[in-house]
Design a protein around this ligand. Structure first.
Ligand SMILES: [Zn+2]
Ligand SMILES: [Zn+2]
Ligand SMILES: [Zn+2]
Length: 254
């Protein structure tokens, strides 16, 4: 289930994504750029490096040495977080559901984390073919491939899952879904996505190429949670209980 939860506390808020590709869980902060490595443990070599660019700063190189780890062949996200935080005190580094999460300490459109090089990239799940995650900045509503190119004001593209390599997209939808579907996964996930999308729009977290489109909009999705952002939303609390398992029929004596 792609989006399990959304919250605005602590500011600027975050969502928890359950990757549809691999099942990994990811914390994705709103209005903050980040990158996350694949779920550990991972195997590194002595002297492996990771080059990390924070916001618009020149890239910094983190070097992994055997003395920082109990076992270089089974390095945990918590150990990696300790080393990266020590090397880059200005960023927010944590262990997130088994993977190393590196978040910019700044918020806003220029907040970003880019993995630009290093011999540890492959082991940590980061691309080595020059392809960059298009979503290394904060999540925004709307995608654009440039002026006069395809633009869509309803798509919210998520950060690359470096555990499996997928880039998931969420889609805002305006029309009401049938009431008989209330409580179903399809209806309730849709409602959470719409709520998240409208939060992005209300906060000005729009792709710049579609910001004018958003500003001119006069309608909102019908299926939305009015209780947000006053309280956090968990998808599971809105799902109808699954039907009970069929009970075994007693054997009928003949
Ligand atoms: Zn994944
Ligand atoms: Zn290596
Ligand atoms: Zn809740």
């Amino acid at each position: 289930m792609p989006i399990k939860m959304i919250s605005i506390s602590p500011e600027p808020g975050h969502m928890i994504q359950h990757c549809a590709g691999c099942g990994a869980e990811h914390r994705i902060s709103l209005n903050r750029g980040a990158q996350k490595a694949k779920i550990g443990p991972v195997s590194l070599h002595a002297g492996d490096t990771l080059e990390i660019r924070v916001d618009a700063q020149p890239p910094a190189t983190v070097t992994f040495t055997p003395s920082d780890f109990a076992d270089l062949a089974r390095v945990t996200a918590a150990e990696l977080a300790h080393v990266v935080q020590r090397a880059l005190p200005g960023v927010i580094v944590s262990e997130d559901s088994g993977g190393l999460l590196i978040e910019s300490a700044t918020t806003g459109p220029n907040s970003r984390i880019e993995i630009v090089g290093g011999s540890a990239r492959a082991a940590l799940g980061f691309p080595t073919n020059g392809a960059a995650d298009p979503c290394h900045g904060p999540p925004v509503l709307g995608v654009s491939f440039g002026p006069e190119q395809i633009q869509d004001p309803n798509i919210l593209a998520l950060r690359r899952c470096n555990n499996c390599g997928s880039n998931e997209c969420l889609v805002r939808t305006f029309e009401a879904i049938g009431a008989e579907l209330s409580g179903s996964y399809v209806a309730e996930h849709r409602r959470i996505v719409n709520t998240l999308a409208e939060r992005c729009k209300a906060c000005g977290w729009s792709h710049p190429d579609v910001a004018a489109h958003h500003a001119a909009e006069t309608k909102k999705p019908v299926d939305i949670h009015a209780a947000f952002p006053e309280r956090e939303l968990h998808l599971a609390e809105f799902l109808r209980p699954a039907p009970p398992a069929p009970t075994a029929r007693p054997e009928v004596a003949r």
